[in-house]
Write a new protein. Sequence first.
Length: 138
Amino acid sequence: MDKELFSGFKKNKKQRAVLDNAIEKLYDRLDYVPVVSGKVSASSSSFPYIEGHVTVQMKEPKESDKIKKRIREKEKQRDALTEKINTVLDFIENMPVGINREIFEMVYLDDMTMSEVGNAVGYTKGRVSQIISEVLKD
């Protein structure tokens, strides 16, 4: 398993929450884009289909497109972070039941410090760190 995925796990979770908040705000901004009149091409509903122009109400296209582009970028970033987070979660979930899995769950899922984990399982902070390094080395 890649040590970088684990070392950035907590940061990735926080960053994903920030992105979720930013995406939500962008969707809110999209709701307040002014509505303008525009013309679109249309064809008659019966044969022969004759092209005509129809006036429609739509959100201001430039502003709307700009916000939608930002939403897509943020969602792409969030999806990449989610993939990294899920890789770590899957690794922990597939570990055999035992003290090593407990240590990983406490450090990465329960957000405990290595000192807190050491106290909980009767190890030193250094030993907890060693166990994590050994498991990730394989």
